[in-house]
Design a protein around this ligand. Structure first.
Ligand code: ADQ
Length: 453
C-alpha cells in the first residue's frame, strides 16, 4: 500500500462548504488527495479567541481544520504572509510593511501548526507543505522529531536575490527551506532565482546533481508547473454553454466582441494597468468602440489589508472614468464585476470570449490563462493576451505575450487580436491547447508526490 499523504496549507477549502475559496491552490490540493486519499490540515477561515479544531471526511479525504486567534490572524496572516512575503515575492518592495512582531507571529503560528501536524502524522506518511505561509513548518516538524519525507511547493514566484535580501529575516527564512527533502517551484526562472539566492546567502551550501547539499543533507529542487483539471473543465464548459445565464450574455452581446479578465482583486494582477490599456485602446481605435465589451470579474480578496482597499478604490475610480467617457445610452464598454461566480459560470464566460486579457504584473502561474485555453472552441478559438511576467508564459509561448506596464503595447495587442485571422487563431490555439493538456493538475500532483516518495 502506498503511504498516506498529509497536505498542509494555510487555508483549507472543504468542498461543498457554502462559500468556496477562490484560488487555484485548492483545486491542486484536492487533485493530489483525490487519488490515493489522505489528510488536509489548515485554517478554516474563522478568527476566534479560543481556537477550535474540526474534523470531517469526504470520500477518501479527511479534513482537519482550525481557527486562528485574532493575534495570529493579524500578525501571521495579514502581517507577515500578506504584507511582507506576498509583496516581496511579487517584486513590490514599496508595498512591504515590515514589523518584527509580524515575523514573531509567523514563527509562532508555524510552531503551532507543526505541533498539530505532529499529532496527526504516522511514521511513514508523506507530508507536503504548501506555500509562503508555511516556509518554517518543515524545520519545526523536524525539531519535534519527525523523520517523514517532507515536501514544499511554492505557488507564488521566488524573487531574485536582490529583492529577497531586502527582508530583514532573509537568512533565517532561507535556512528553513533546508528541512525539506523536495522543494518545488512553478517555473525554471523561480528555481534559478532560488538557487542563485541560496548560493549567495549561504556559503556552505553546494550544488548537487538535482538540488542542493547542506551539512550532508541533500534537498532536491524541481520545477512542477501547476496545471488545470482539463477534462472536467471541458465538461463544465459544455454544460455552461447551455445555461440560461450564458445564453443571456450571448444575446446581450448582440454580436459585439467580448474581452474577458477573471482575477482575485489583488494588486499583483495588474488590473489598474489593464483598465488604463482598455481606456487607451478605446481612445485610439474609434473603429472598435462600437463593437467591443470588456468584462472584468474581480472577486474581493484580503480586504482587511490596506493595500487591497487602495487598489479597490483605484479600480472603482478608473471604471467610472472609462464608462463615463465612452458609455452610450444603450451600451457600457466596461463591465466591472466585483464579485465571484460559480466555476461553471466563469468557464462559460471564458468560453464565450473572443479575447482572454490576463495581464498580471507578476504571478506564480495564473490558472485562468490555462482555463481560457481549455474553454475555447478549437474551430473558432479566442485569442489569449498574456503577461510575460506570469509563470504561465514559460509554457504558453503562443499567446500574444505583452508587458503589462506597457499600456500602448497592451492596447495594440487588443487591436491585433481583434483583427487576427481565423487561421492564425486556430494555429495559436492548437499549440497552447497541447501545452495545457500535456501536464494537467493531476499530473502535477502525481509528479510531485512521486518525487517525494
Ligand atoms: P491565485 O493568485 O488565486 O493563485 P490563479 O492561478 O489565477 O490565481 O487561480 C485562481 C483560480 O480561482 C482560478 O481557478 C479561477 O478560475 C478562480 N477565480 C479567480 N477569480 C475568480 C472569481 N472572481 N470568481 C470565481 N472564481 C475565480 C495562486 C498563485 C497563482 C497560481 C495558483 C496555483 O497566485 O500564480 O497559479 O496559486 O498555484
Amino acid at each position: 500500500m502506498s503511504p498516506r499523504l498529509i497536505v498542509v496549507s494555510n487555508r483549507v477549502s472543504v468542498p461543498k462548504s457554502k462559500r468556496p475559496v477562490p484560488g487555484g491552490l485548492a483545486v491542486g490540493i484536492l487533485a493530489a488527495l483525490q487519488g490515493s486519499g489522505g489528510l488536509w490540515y489548515g485554517w478554516n477561515g474563522r478568527v476566534e479567541s479560543a481556537v477550535s479544531v474540526e474534523r470531517s471526511r469526504l470520500g477518501p479525504i479527511e479534513f482537519v481544520t482550525r481557527s486562528l486567534t485574532p493575534e495570529a490572524y493579524e500578525g501571521y496572516y495579514l502581517g507577515y504572509a500578506n504584507r511582507v512575503l506576498w509583496p516581496l515575492f511579487h517584486l513590490r518592495l514599496n508595498l512591504v510593511e515590515y514589523q518584527r512582531r509580524f515575523f514573531e507571529a509567523y514563527l509562532a503560528m508555524n510552531v503551532q501548526m507543526a505541533e498539530d501536524v505532529a499529532r496527526l502524522a504516522a511514521a511513514d506518511d508523506l507530508i507536503w507543505v504548501h506555500d509562503y505561509h508555511c516556509i518554517p513548518l518543515g524545520r519545526k516538524l523536524r525539531k519535534l522529531g519527525l523523520a517523514n519525507p517532507l515536501g514544499f511547493f511554492l505557488h507564488i514566484p521566488f524573487p531574485p536575490y536582490d529583492v529577497f535580501r531586502a527582508v530583514p529575516d532573509h537568512k533565517t527564512l532561507l535556512k528553513y527551506f533546508f528541512a525539506y527533502d523536495l522543494i518545488g517551484f512553478q517555473t525554471r526562472l523561480d528555481r534559478d532565482s532560488f538557487l542563485d539566492t541560496v548560493l549567495r546567502i549561504l556559503p556552505d551550501v553546494e550544488l548537487g546533481s538535482d538540488g542542493l547539499i547542506y551539512k550532508d543533507h541533500e534537498v532536491k529542487v524541481g520545477v512542477f508547473p501547476i496545471g488545470i483539471d482539463y477534462e472536467n473543465i471541458r465538461r463544465d464548459v459544455e454544460t455552461a454553454k447551455r445555461s440560461t445565464l450564458i445564453r443571456r450574455l450571448q444575446q446581450n452581446l448582440a454580436g459585439r466582441k467580448l474581452i474577458t479578465g477573471v482575477d482575485r482583486l489583488d494588486y499583483s494582477k495588474g488590473l489598474a494597468q489593464r483598465f488604463q490599456a482598455f481606456d487607451h485602446f478605446l481612445e485610439r481605435h474609434l473603429d472598435h468602440r462600437e463593437n467591443v465589451v470588456f468584462m472584468q470579474v474581480a472577486q474581493p480578496s484580503r480586504s482587511d489589508v490596506p493595500e487591497y482597499q487602495a487598489i479597490r478604490d483605484e479600480l472603482d475610480y478608473l471604471a467610472g472614468k472609462i464608462n463615463g467617457r465612452y458609455a452610450q445610452f444603450d451600451r457600457i464598454p466596461l463591465r466591472y464585476l466585483n464579485r465571484s461566480f460559480s466555476r461553471p459560470t466563469i468557464l462559460g464566460f471564458l468560453a464565450l470570449s473572443d479575447i482572454g486579457l490576463i495581464t498580471p504584473l507578476r504571478d506564480g502561474m495564473n490558472l485562468v490563462a490555462k482555463e481560457f485555453v481549455a474553454a475555447q472552441d478549437p474551430d473558432d478559438p479566442g485569442v489569449l493576451i498574456l503577461s510575460r511576467l506570469a509563470g504561465a508564459a514559460e509554457q504558453l509561448k503562443d499567446a500574444l505575450l505583452v508587458t503589462p506596464y506597457n499600456i500602448d503595447g497592451v492596447a495594440e495587442a487588443l487591436d491585433y487580436a481583434l483583427r487576427m485571422s481565423r487561421d492564425e487563431r486556430i494555429e495559436r490555439h492548437r499549440a497552447l491547447d497541447e501545452q495545457v493538456r500535456a501536464y494537467t493538475v493531476e499530473d502535477w500532483a502525481r509528479d510531485f508526490v512521486a518525487h517525494l516518495a
